[in-house]
Design a protein around this ligand. Structure first.
Ligand code: UDP
Length: 260
């Protein structure tokens, strides 16, 4: 049996509003990325939050890209609660800014190499420096900003391939990073292409995440809104409300279908 089929058979997923989401906790996510990183095939890893789910409902290509990924994890309490409406139990959200230092310790222990791609010039580099202060044996083979034209993609991918990395961490924000990863996956030598959104902004200290107790109680969105209100009010105030109504409406429609 081809390796890809073996991989798919092992996946434990739920179909949430048309998007296949893995039932995976943060530890399982790390194990899976390590497993992918030690195999030949190029695998794609993506996340979804409430905003992503709304986008995926409207944007067919993005939805298809998510559904073609090798692993999609919940990064947002909204997705975890929405899953409950259908009786699914997702173990919780996995948020890069929380888990990345621990993941990097594991990657370093396994001798895996990383490349950081995304964010404004110098931010991924600062994120790498900060991680290296905590984990000196972490092998980050290169960094590059995320503001390049589609015409420059091939050159950047060649540069990443020359750096010989196992995991490419891509932080362009959704859905751009997912579509870019999907469309370019065949050009990469790396084993894992992993979309992480604004992670480099947080790891570098460019963006403040807010008090830990708010983050721990599902209010990451509120912290992000307070830090960048102009950019994010539409996404969080309108988006979160819309997502709750959208999920309830779709659940109601499913319920009606079971009656008739
Ligand atoms: N970004 C990028 N290239 C682009 C557009 C955005 O590298 O063409 C970066 C941006 O600087 C930021 C990240 O992508 O670091 C997007 O962060 P955001 O918080 O919007 O992403 P999310 O995690 O919410 O998807």
């Amino acid at each position: 049996m081809p390796e890809s089929q073996q991989q798919r058979r092992k996946r434990n997923t739920v179909d949430l509003l048309g998007v296949t989401v893995d039932v995976v906790d943060t530890e399982g996510l790390c194990d899976q990325i390590v497993e992918f990183a030690t195999q030949e095939k190029t695998r794609t890893v993506m996340y979804v939050n409430a905003d992503c789910m709304l986008l995926a409902d409207k944007d067919k290509k993005y939805r298809q890209v998510l559904n073609a990924a090798d692993l999609v994890y919940a990064d947002g309490v909204g997705v975890v609660y929405a899953a409950k409406l259908w009786g699914y139990s997702l173990p919780g959200r996995s948020t890069g800014a929380d888990f990345m230092p621990d993941f990097c310790r594991t990657f370093a222990g396994k001798g895996l190499r990383l490349y950081f791609l995304g964010a404004p010039d110098g931010v991924a580099e600062r994120a790498a420096e900060r991680l290296l202060q905590q984990i000196p044996d972490l092998n980050i083979v290169g960094t590059h900003h995320g503001y390049f034209s589609p015409a420059q993609s091939d050159e950047i991918i060649s540069r990443i391939n020359s750096a010989k990395t196992d995991i490419v961490v891509v932080g362009f924000g959704a859905p751009y990073q997912e579509v870019w990863i999907h469309d370019n996956a065949h050009l990469f030598d790396a084993a894992v292409l992993w979309g992480v959104g604004g992670l480099f902004d947080f790891l570098s200290g460019k963006t403040n995440r807010g008090p830990q107790w708010l983050l721990d109680h599902g209010f990451e969105w509120l912290c992000r809104l307070l830090v960048e209100p102009r950019r994010l009010w539409r996404r969080y105030l309108l988006g979160n409300t819309k997502f709750v109504l959208f999920a309830l409406w779709r659940r109601f429609q499913d319920f009606i279908k079971t009656i008739f």
